[in-house]
Write a protein that binds this ligand. Sequence first.
Ligand code: TRP
Length: 469
Amino acid sequence: MRNASAAGPARPGRREHWSSRLAFVLAATGSAVGLGNIWKFPYITGTNGGGWFVLIYLVAVLAVALPIMVAEILLGRAAQRSPVGAFRAYSRPGSPWLGVGWLGVAAGFVILSYYSVVAGWTLHYAWLSLRGFGGLEAGQIRETFAELYADPALNLFWHAVFMALTIGIVAAGVHRGVERATRILMPVLLGMLLVLLVRAAGGEGFGRALDFVFGLRAGQLTPAGVLEALGHSFFTLSLGMGAMLTYGSYLRARDDLVATSVAVAGLDTAVSLMACLVIFPIIFSAGLAPGVGPGLVFVSLPIAFGQMPGGAFWAALFFLLLAVAALTSTISLLEVVVSHLMDEYRMRRRRAALGAGLATLLLGVPSAMSGGSALFGAGFQRLTEPLFGAGQGKNWFDLLDYLASNWMLPLGGLGIALFVAWRVGGEAREQAFKAGSRFARLYWAWVALLRYVVPAGVGAVFLHAIGVL
Ligand code: TRP
């Protein structure tokens, strides 16, 4: 069933489908694997002291994130619609549940606007790497990052480049765009990661990195670390805003939903762990600290690359890897909005992709300017002080990230889990779960996790994020 796809980008009303289960796994893994895996996971593993944090994270993926992923994909596949339409399909007219769908579409738009700015940094760094970080002092490399952050024109330029790539791929369609791009980019990504890993495994610092990531040492993990692991399990699998739901809506009825979810979660986790085993040996052998936070990849790593023989090559490879990972994620973020416009307003794909993409480009302008503009930087910090306390104000960029990661995604994830667990009719849910699945036996375990464990876990993350817990 090649569907309408062979005839080019779908017209309104004719839904495209992935051409195979592998195509879905690659696209969904592409969405999941992103800055969250290669930038954020290593640095939060670093700040939380490794070992126990990684273990808790693995438990969170299995007990909380994976059940939500199955729920999202199941809802999308059963409804054959993007988030709002999917909620509509299983609720009464005008039901407040539709709000969860709308929240998802809004979150996609908001996240993409600043995610693309950070993704732009990876392109800038790939470019800088080619010129080499060698010969630069640590202080100069710190300065490089500070200068980039404070330069609105440079940020805007790379943000626009990244959005153009994303728009181009999404406009071409599920088949000719998303599927074709991920079929090329995902093997490239895994290949680059493996090359970097092999280099790391043969070099010094690898043993120490292994011990840091997998060694369980007493007394390192804090309750805040547990909640951070839980929250991240969620973000890294692209859950809580209907991205997986939308990709699931392009899945054919006969494909094994649970097996594919397990594959996506497994691949995503493997990439995160491999990223740690690439980054930490480099950090350790340069005598740097693992717990520096967000600067781990954009400051510490370039310092280490600068000291390494062949460092320019390895640095360029690493930042290209990061850019590719980010691109397959921005595609999925834009696809949610585009799919929504096509489903709800019968818009054509090209027009939807261009319109939504340009709107996102605009919404990203203040983010691109947050480090270097009085208004969106310091101005917003002052403006938001009443909300966050004196000296705690957030600039535009940080504010959007805060709203999306701490409010929209946990609320959306909770909404999706509760909806599928309690509102979708039992029979329809059971049938959708079991159709063509090798894992039909696990149905009740999944429902139990979704009903009790997921709300408790996501609820705790949410309360912590808003400062109640
Ligand atoms: N999962 C991606 C990452 O780890 C980011 C991402 C893409 C995302 N699509 C999403 C996060 C949807 C939440 C929701 O970088």
